[in-house]
Design a binder for this molecule. Structure first.
Ligand code: ADP
Length: 489
């Protein structure tokens, strides 16, 4: 593979190209008119504009991207995450054009892209599942009978759902009909498929997922877990590896279950098997994401393995160069998604210009981003500015580093999730590891955030006062010769 086109934008396009370049592979960027000045465009060896800003006229137009790839002699397409990364039709079109799709085969994408089909495939391997229906539900009477047998609260989910969308919790039978109807029509308009199904709503779950790698020769390994329970609107904001609560036995059982899920769809490449875990560490298969995850860096930090490099090697047909027993967890890593969102105002997008943008630096700090000072955050795409990743030998060291890095990160012009990150890292529930997916709704609100900030201001003022009184007597007017500078007592 000599030339890779990255069918994506922002931080992930840049991240993929960096590894490709290190491997001696040429890179091609495609970009929309909104991204002309973007770092991923400037970094690439070649770059081609594929259309206007809206993604359905640029980053989602598979035909155009393949056309560019063919004209530039590209031999591999990396889809990143989002956009076309889980589109089986696109993967097929790439293959049909004689280009390697850096990801699994269309069959695996299709099977795992539908939550019901995924459960069906995994069933043969005795993977624990959340109790619920194995088929789409339309009839309200049938839904009622099923909901009663599972027991309220239940969750109505879109089979084709993703990104935390298309889910409705129903606590009382009286609300079932209405919610079912709404969920189905929402699913139809959001995903073009109105099928919904019912799951038991686990009231206090953690979201823990397992990274897998599978080559084309039947070797499958897992690279341990990522804890992604700190979510807003069912979407992750802070992730970490390893999880603070898994025992080695549960970790191993989940790892083996994830490997079985990958085998159930003849998986190839890097993939993620998501589970819900309850208070007693029972785990249940949720779904499989057939692409690189946003939060993949925390796994890279604790295993020392470059997942993009592995994706490329697997796509080239190479067998994995390590076995399960060669993999070990070393240290602890955290990731904060720095979104252009206002945590003081319900995490609403905060669009604007990055008037000041200064990254933190130091040992154990990694920033994956695709922005620079002076750039606008385009309204057309996901408002993630960066991923702030910190590493430490222990969990508390990684948390400490995260707090230092947040302090150093200087972003002006838009609101960001940085103060939220600080709130979480300082919170006792997070520090103790005793939290679940309800962390945000349980502990977080504007007042709590403001209190933390006020306390912080007070501590800073007290510290300044202490330092001042301590050093006051030691300050002398230095001999500054003819200079106008003066130090005052
Ligand atoms: P999506 O594909 O939209 O991301 P998932 O099935 O991965 O949907 O679920 C996203 C999040 O929704 C989970 O991380 C969890 O917080 C919550 N969730 C999903 N299923 C359940 C369930 N049965 N009980 C409780 N929470 C759930």
């Amino acid at each position: 593979m000599n030339k890779i086109l990255v069918a994506n934008r922002g931080e992930i396009a840049l991240r993929v190209m960096r590894t490709a370049r290190q491997m001696g592979i040429q890179t091609v960027a495609v970009f929309s008119e909104a991204d002309r000045q973007a770092p991923h465009v400037r970094f690439a060896d070649e770059a081609v504009c594929i259309g206007p800003p809206p993604s359905n006229r640029s980053y989602l137009v598979g035909e155009k991207i393949i056309e560019v790839a063919k004209s530039l002699g590209v031999d591999g397409i990396h889809p990143g995450y989002g956009f076309l990364s889980e589109n089986a039709r696109f993967a097929q079109m790439v293959q049909d054009a004689g280009i390697t799709f850096i990801g699994p085969d269309p069959y695996a994408i299709e099977t795992m892209g539908n939550k019901l089909a995924a459960k069906e495939a995994a069933k043969a391997y005795q993977i624990p599942m959340v109790p619920g229906t194995e088929f789409a539900i339309q009839d309200p009477d049938e839904a009622r009978t099923i909901a009663r047998s599972i027991g309220f609260p239940i969750l109505i989910k879109a089979a084709a759902g993703g990104g935390g969308k298309g889910m409705r919790v129903v606590h009382h039978e009286a609300d079932l009909d209405e919610q079912l109807e709404r969920a189905a029509s929402e699913a139809l308009s959001a995903f073009g498929d109105g099928s919904v199904f019912i799951e038991k709503y686990i009231t206090s779950p953690r979201h823990i997922e397992i990274q897998v790698l599978a080559d084309a020769h039947g070797n499958v390994v897992h690279l341990f877990e990522r804890e992604c329970s700190v979510q807003r609107r069912h979407q992750k904001v802070i992730e970490e590896a390893p999880s603070a609560i898994l025992t080695p036995q549960v970790r191993e059982a989940m790892g083996q279950a994830a490997i079985s899920v990958a085998r159930s769809c003849q998986y190839k490449g890097a993939g993620t098997v998501e589970f819900l875990v309850d208070e007693n560490l029972n785990f249940y298969f949720l779904e499989m994401n057939t692409r690189l995850q946003v939060e993949h860096p925390v796994t890279e930090m604790i295993t020392g393995i470059d997942l993009v490099e592995q994706q490329i090697r697997i796509a080239r047909g190479e067998p994995l160069s390590f076995r399960q027993e060669d993999l070990h967890i070393q240290g602890h890593a955290l990731e904060l998604r720095v979104y252009a969102e206002d945590p003081y105002d319900n995490f609403l997008p905060s669009i604007g210009k990055l008037q000041v943008y200064r990254r933190p630096q130091g040992e154990g700090i990694r920033i994956d981003d695709g922005f620079e000072q002076g750039m606008e955050i385009p309204i057309h795409y996901d408002p993630m500015i960066a991923k702030l990743i910190t590493y430490g030998t222990t969990r508390s060291a990684a948390i400490h580093r995260m707090l230092e890095a947040i302090e150093q990160y200087d972003i002006e012009g838009v609101s960001t999730t940085l103060p939220f990150g600080r709130f979480v890292c300082e919170h006792e529930a997070f520090r103790s590891g005793q939290f679940d997916t309800h962390f945000v709704e349980r502990y977080f609100n504007r007042e709590a955030l403001e209190t933390t900030n006020r306390e912080e201001g007070l501590y800073a003022a007290l510290l300044a006062l202490k330092l001042y009184t301590e050093y006051k007597c030691q300050l002398h007017v230095p001999d500054v010769g003819g200079s106008n500078w003066r130090y005052f007592r």
